[in-house]
Design a protein around this ligand. Structure first.
Ligand SMILES: [Mn+2]
Length: 336
């Protein structure tokens, strides 16, 4: 793997490394950041973790989350971007002073979203079809014989468990299980990590009646195949700091008989609309649907963002139409 060697060359000669997450941090991107931070510190380097948005509350069981900062320092040598190769996911980051410095210095991307469009200012993009960026980092670190202290191993395990939903997704390969076995053998205690996660999953009591309201607003379209929910700006303001409103009900939406796709829209004050898409097993169309609207993701989990103001009802009609087309194509493919 000559690309791994290229990474090693850049990392070896760097003293201060930036670890950058996109504007949509998740368990994989944060876990991968914290793992790399631990690895680089063990190598005697300094590392700064950057993300232009606040860490979501449900990730705060990952010890060290509060070391992720928004300000880009001046004195760094290289940047590692984790868990994305989609440039549009740096909208907030690009508004940050110092983004030009990042572009001017070497940029390495470590990702596993293989359908992505790429990042124009990256020097090296490693994008492999693995379950999580954490799995890729374990592969690279093992190959390059980087030090892997226990806290790094724990973070890699969290990354993999998070993106593979506890090793239950299609992307969890035999290699993913072998990686997890390695991590456990090297001292990672999954039960302990999962207990920390569960404690943090306890919800603020105000979210329980709110969830009830959301459940009543779920709409079913395309003969019950699509479940959708719209979160208006007022609710984003009120409830997002406590929990991602869409995530409160998305599993209920997906677990409804006949539903193949669940979609949650958030409508912001400036008219921006974001959509989170989850497809059920056997209907791998989430990524393709998101791509139609300028976004991206995986077969079963994806999202997009629309900056231009347009009525949500109009957008949803187009989403329904596109979903129908993708389902037709899927049907044709499976019978041919
Ligand atoms: Mn990921």
């Amino acid at each position: 793997m000559s690309e791994y060697k290229e990474i090693n060359k850049l990392v070896s000669s760097a003293k201060h490394i930036l670890i950058l997450q996109a504007d949509n941090p998740d368990g994989d991107s944060l876990g991968s950041s914290l793992a790399l931070e631990a690895i680089f510190l063990e190598m005697g380097k300094s590392a700064t973790m950057i993300c232009a948005v606040n860490m979501p509350a449900h990730l705060k069981y990952l010890s060290g989350w509060d070391r992720v900062v928004k300000d880009i320092p001046t004195n760094f040598d290289i940047t590692l971007i984790v868990d994305t190769s989609t440039e549009t996911l740096f909208e907030n980051t690009s508004g940050n002073r110092g983004f030009e410095w990042i572009k001017a210095k070497p940029v390495i991307v470590l990702d596993h979203h293989i359908d992505s469009k790429g990042i124009s200012f990256a020097d090296i993009i490693i994008n492999e079809p693995l379950s999580a960026t954490g799995e890729l980092i374990y592969k690279i670190a093992s190959d390059l014989k980087w030090p892997l202290p226990l806290d790094a191993l724990e973070m890699l395990a969290i990354s993999i468990m998070s993106d593979s939903l506890g090793l239950t997704t299609q992307s969890a390969s035999p290699e993913t299980f072998r990686t997890m076995a390695d991590l456990v053998e090297k001292g990672v205690n999954i039960a302990k990590l999962d207990n920390a996660r569960r404690q943090l999953m306890q919800k603020n009591p105000v979210l329980i009646p709110y969830k009830g309201r959301l459940l009543q607003r779920i709409q079913f379209g395309l003969e019950g195949k699509i479940a959708s929910i719209i979160i208006p700006w007022g609710e984003i303001q009120e409830f997002s700091p406590l929990y991602n409103p869409t995530m409160l009900v998305i599993d209920d939406m997906r677990m409804t008989e006949g539903v193949v796709l669940a979609i949650g829209y958030k409508v912001y004050a400036d008219g921006k609309i974001t959509a989170k898409i989850r497809a059920n097993y056997g209907f791998p169309i989430a990524g393709k649907l998101a791509t139609e609207f300028g976004g991206g993701g995986h077969e079963y989990a994806a999202g997009f963002k629309i900056l231009k103001t347009r009525p949500i009802t109009e957008l949803h009609s187009q989403v329904i139409k596109k979903t129908n087309q993708l389902l037709e194509i899927l049907k044709t493919e499976s019978t041919s």
